[in-house]
Design a protein around this ligand. Sequence first.
Ligand code: GRF
Length: 199
Amino acid sequence: MVTAPANVRFAILASGRGSNAIALMEAFHNGLVPAQLALVVSNKDDALVLERATSRGHVAICIPNTGKTREAHEQEVLDVLLEHRVDHVLLAGYMRILSPYFLSRFHGKVLNIHPSLLPEFPGLHGASSQWKARRKVVGATVHYVDEGVDSGPVLLQGSLVARGDEQADELADRLLLEVEHVIYPRAVRLFLDRLYPHA
Ligand code: GRF
């Protein structure tokens, strides 16, 4: 059965401040992503993203992972996603590795954003690694999530030219504002257009 995009339901999983999550919320709101944002989930109870989501009228749920096995925590997350009839998952600074079991439940339906031009600089510190390597062109990648670390197929990449006199944090901030917040919503739109070409 083909579901019309307007009825497709997404969840955002995030662990921190949620600037990419906000860019996505705006895209759901303004129609760039013609689907529903069903909820935002964080594993950190003090994550700024929770408050930022609720203040924009979204359902935001904290499922803490501390003191739980990975399996137990993931099962709680899966239960909440199923309860909210979530079709697709967007990782936005979610600092947990998803298990093969979780991914089998959402096969090909989980996207992530990473601050480097993958396959270069996977893992932590993608933005500062690009700065340290003095790359003239730096970028970010939205990719499908598979069982490896930032290793799934690339959906969309964006880049900017480094100024050369920027500090690492200045470059990382510019990468967020000028690239990540722009490409993630567009990548989700592309993802939907590919999945539902005739809708
Ligand atoms: C971003 O740099 C994203 O690429 C990476 O984690 C960071 C999250 O930042 N996966 P924010 O919470 O979206 O501001």
